[in-house]
Design a binder for this molecule. Structure first.
Ligand code: ARG
Length: 415
């Protein structure tokens, strides 16, 4: 019997519990590894279940602070939102879990890592590619891609082998959770026309159950990283936990996204991400008032590229590193405070300020103290419009045709 060792990313759920036994039957010595990214799970129970199910060792590691500092904050600074909807909670968690697994594999002398991802999703890509990037010599085993069992088969397999079937199995949904958000898919959500039923949500209140008075929160940033709440210095973990609760209480952070998976499948996912929504909103508002116009515009392109790369499993890649250098440089003056108003499912920025803000009242005001030189505008616009004026003068037929078409359309639409 071979004694090859494998480190399995263990969640305590059905797939990975069955995987322990399945890997053992294939001759692997299985080390179970669970990383806490803020899921509020009973980690002791998970560890005990891993051992009971047949793992030779079971480790639990606290990944919460590194998750926020090394993965979430850089993505917040980048403004990364996948397809304008998804703040990337699950996608950001995977590369950290995989990296920590590589470390355990080295320590334990394992030759492989394993995960419980299916062959249809994005998470397999994130685990496999991260491992390829950090430890190309390690093998990746994905039992679910190999064993050809459906849910009922797995339950049957568990019964047969005396594997305790986790209670969470009663949920009709597949969920994943960390500090940056909760992802929910499957069940009735697979019908994209069906409104998500109330039992989908665990972090956020229905707007009808929210307080009748608005809530306010002030978020302070230093160089693009959130550092305080309502004027009080607050550590990352506390800050995100507080915003998840405050946002959730006020019904903020529900997202219904019909998304494009990396492997060409469209899928419907519900997200609850109160802290992510509030922080992205606040950070954007602070950039609005501190970033030069050209930097802000270009950074939008970087944000999209960043989000796509994180989604597609390319956190550890030369381009993401290079984008990170750009993003860091842009954050130099993104320091200040943003005030947000939360009310029955909505959140709005109602105030923003920073010591190095580019908004200058003396330039913007239409009231007293106007420092703007009105007479400078005419000459500027003369040059700005020079090209258009020249075109009209030299090739005037085009403009005449456009005007003629426009006026006849106006006539048609107003008669
Ligand atoms: N679709 C999301 C992503 O690819 C979440 C995946 C995990 N979701 C889940 N319900 N298990 O990042």
């Amino acid at each position: 019997m071979s004694t090859r060792k494998v480190v399995l990313a263990y969640s305590g759920g059905l797939d990975t519990s069955v995987a322990i036994r399945w890997l053992k039957d294939k001759g692997w010595d299985v080390v179970a590894f669970t990383v806490d990214l803020g899921e509020k799970k009973d980690l002791d129970a998970i560890q005990a279940r891993a051992l009971k199910t047949g793992a030779s060792a079971a480790y639990v590691a606290d990944g919460r602070a590194p998750f926020l500092e090394l993965f979430v904050w850089p993505s917040l600074q980048a403004g990364a939102v996948y397809e304008k909807e998804y703040p990337l909670a699950t996608a950001l968690g995977r590369p950290l879990i995989a990296a920590m697994m590589v470390e355990i594999a080295r320590r334990e002398g394992a030759t492989a890592i394993a995960h419980g991802c299916t062959g249809k999703g994005n998470d397999q890509v994130r685990f496999d590619v991260t491992t390829a990037a950090l430890a190309p010599d390690l093998q990746v085993v994905a039992p679910v891609r190999e064993w050809d069992m459906n849910r009922d088969d797995e339950i049957e397999y568990a019964r047969k082998h005396g594997i305790e079937v986790p209670a969470t199995l009663r949920s009709p949904y597949s969920t994943d959770e960390n500090l940056w958000g909760r992802s929910i898919e499957a069940g009735v959500l697979e019908d994209p026309w069906a409104e998500p039923p109330a039992d989908v949500y665990a972090w956020t209140r229905d707007p009808r159950q929210c307080p009748d008075e608005p809530a306010y929160v002030e978020i302070g940033f230093k160089q693009g990283r959130p550092v305080s709440l309502d004027g009080k210095a607050t550590a990352a973990l506390d800050l995100v936990t507080t915003l998840n609760r405050l946002g959730g209480d006020n019904g903020v952070g529900r997202i219904d996204h019909l998304e494009n998976r990396l492997i060409g499948i469209k899928s419907r996912e519900i997200y609850e991400a109160p802290a992510a929504v509030l922080l992205l909103q606040a950070h954007q508002a602070l950039e609005d008032i501190t970033l030069p116009k050209e930097v802000a515009r270009f950074k939008d392109l970087v944000a999209q590229q960043w989000a796509q790369m994180v989604y597609d499993g390319l956190w550890f890649s030369p381009l993401r590193d290079a984008l990170n250098a750009f993003v860091t440089e842009t954050q130099t003056h993104v320091t200040g405070d943003v005030r947000i108003k939360l009310f029955k499912g909505s959140s709005h920025v109602v105030g923003r300020k920073g010591p190095q803000q580019l908004y200058q009242l003396a330039l913007a005001t239409y009231g007293q103290g106007d420092a703007f030189d009105q007479s400078a505008a005419a000459g500027f616009i003369k040059l700005w419009g020079m090209g258009v004026r020249t075109t009209s003068q030299v090739q005037g037929q085009l403009h005449a045709r456009d005007l003629g078409n426009l006026l006849s359309e106006v006539k048609r639409l107003t008669s």
